[in-house]
Design a protein around this ligand. Structure first.
Ligand SMILES: Cc1ncc(COP(=O)(O)O)c(C=O)c1O
Length: 517
């Protein structure tokens, strides 16, 4: 949706004595006081108002904070800032953004010239504005984060690999690469894929700027704006954004603890508008679950029967910490119907921005052409350094350490949940990766617990973040990525208290233990 401008008469005096954030806050108080916006109305998103007034977002955030601390407005994490019941009076609740148009144009002069953005981008902005904003401090336990713990980044070893690459390859390293990326890294990666049972040559791999770019390229390979893509529910938040950005919409496929339900998938893939199926069969994000081999075969059969390609996201494939490695869908596929994504972001560090796509035949040709059309090539020095890091065995040593760490942290998490969460809470037991899914045994939208839990010193990702249209959910995703055993214990204890006290003010309607997806 496009946002017109803020209240009649709102103006900023940059030369005045009063700080700008106070000027904004006082004028919004006036708007509320005059009843121009009423209890329950949503204020414009911080970034929207900041853009309209030509101010920094922090200034608007400060104005909203000061209004909140004086009781004029309430911030609902993930939903926005609303006029408080105690201040706003009652009246017809309308879309405040539409009624407060005009003044910023008078105040800033520039606003009338705001560009018209594409429908897709407007939708992306709306999704972005729904994301929870996390206030992190040193003493907050970050159980929402899904990046490897920076305390374990092998920076020195990686630097010497880059140095070595530059010494050996000189200026050639600073030119464009082929769109497929550094051949040496592709060879090293193909050898590793073969160890996962995927019969792959280096020339069937296209390197890309993280799995994120891989997701977009794979979606573009099979779809056109207006099409639908089958996704598991819940699913990775950014895939929902990627769909919106490409003018696509999600076709939800329900799941159980083994992954996508084959019957639901069958129904969804029979719709002619559905052009691909995006799935995370190993160490699912957000669930943490892994699809058993039998289910993998069923899912592949269904997709093959409908002639719908599968985009398999293997973003944490290297992070199994217990149990036996099962074959990825790409290894079981006998009809070249799977595009496999991989990433070094979670097993090494995200800043290296190296992911890969593997495919065959026309799909491979299409990916190379798309990659070339998108950004010509990735940065060679990082890829060449990474090639040496993998070849030298440093990557495997690092992985061994990460797997030990994951095993120990997940054990701590399981114990902490067992001792701190109310009876009936259910959670998944991952065999790899960082994330797990916790479902509360009573009706609640976990977005409503975020503010209290941040105050109690712990952060989590509310289930709604992983649902199409941000549907409310009683679940949350936790991760063990950036919290050690002590921090996990402290964080989950605090979370347990928040959950218990919220339960006492809600209906106690329970559910049988178990994940209800
Ligand atoms: C399921 C999934 N796929 C892909 C990515 C993107 O990773 P990358 O950093 O490689 O772009 C993420 C990041 O969190 C993820 O959770």
């Amino acid at each position: 949706m496009s946002h017109p401008n803020f209240p009649q008469g709102l103006s900023i005096d940059a030369t005045g004595d009063r700080p700008v954030y106070q000027q904004v806050a006082i004028q919004i108080q006036g708007v509320i006081g005059r009843g121009e916006i009423v209890s329950g109305d949503r204020l414009p998103a911080i970034r929207v108002l900041a853009a309209q007034l030509g101010l920094h977002r922090d200034t608007i955030a400060l104005a909203y904070e000061s209004l909140a601390s004086d009781g004029w407005v309430e911030a609902r994490v993930g939903a926005g800032t609303f006029v408080s019941p105690s201040r706003g009076g009652t009246g017809e609740v309308g879309d405040v953004i539409d009624r407060i148009a005009g003044a910023a144009a008078e105040a800033g002069g520039e606003v009338g010239a705001e560009m018209t953005l594409s429908k897709q981008v407007e939708q992306l902005i709306a999704i972005d504005n729904m994301r929870p904003r996390y206030a992190t401090g040193d003493d907050v336990v970050a159980l929402h984060r899904l990046i490897p713990d920076p305390r374990f980044y092998p920076v020195d070893e990686f630097r010497s690999c880059i140095d070595q690459a530059i010494r050996e390859e000189g200026p050639a390293l600073f030119s464009y690469a082929s769109p497929e990326g550094d051949p040496r890294l592709r060879r090293a990666m193909a050898a590793r894929f073969r160890s996962h049972g995927i019969d792959l040559n280096a020339d069937e791999l296209v390197l890309c700027h993280g799995a994120s770019q891989g997701i977009s390229l794979a979606l573009r390979l099979f779809t056109e704006p207006g099409d639908q893509v089958a996704v598991e529910v819940p699913t990775y938040t950014n895939v929902l954004s990627a769909l919106a950005g490409l003018g696509l919409s999600p076709a939800p496929v329900s799941m159980d603890e083994m992954g996508a339900d084959p019957e639901a998938l069958d129904r969804v893939l029979s719709k002619p508008d559905v052009k691909a199926f995006y799935t995370i069969p190993s160490f699912h994000n957000p669930l943490g679950t892994t699809m058993p081999i039998e289910r993998r075969r069923q899912v592949l059969d269904v997709a093959k029967r409908h002639g719908v390609p599968v985009i398999e996201d293997g973003f944490e494939l290297d992070l199994r910490f217990r149990g036996e490695d099962g074959p990825p869908l790409a290894a079981l596929d006998d009809s070249d119907n799977v595009v496999l994504l991989f990433s070094f972001s979670k097993s090494l560090f995200p800043g290296v921005r190296v992911g890969s796509l593997s495919a065959h035949g026309r799909a491979l040709e299409g990916l190379v052409a798309l990659k070339h059309a998108t950004d010509l090539s990735d940065a060679l020095p990082l890829q060449a350094g990474l090639a040496r890091f993998v070849e030298s065995g440093a990557y495997d040593r690092h992985l061994a350490r990460m797997r030990r760490l994951l095993r120990s942290r997940h054990k701590a998490m399981d114990e902490a949940l067992g001792s701190s969460m109310p009876e009936g809470t259910a959670w998944t037991k991952p065999e790899g990766g960082y994330q797990l899914w916790v479902e509360l045994p009573f009706e609640v939208d976990t977005r409503d617990l975020l503010a209290d839990s941040a105050r109690a010193g712990v952060l989590f990702s509310p289930g709604a973040s992983f649902m199409p249209e941000a549907r409310p959910s009683r679940a949350m995703r936790l991760t063990v990525a950036c919290a050690d055993e002590d921090e996990i214990h402290r964080g989950v204890t605090a979370l347990g208290e928040v959950v218990r006290s919220s339960r006492s003010v809600r209906s106690s309607a329970g559910r049988a233990a178990g994940i209800h997806l």
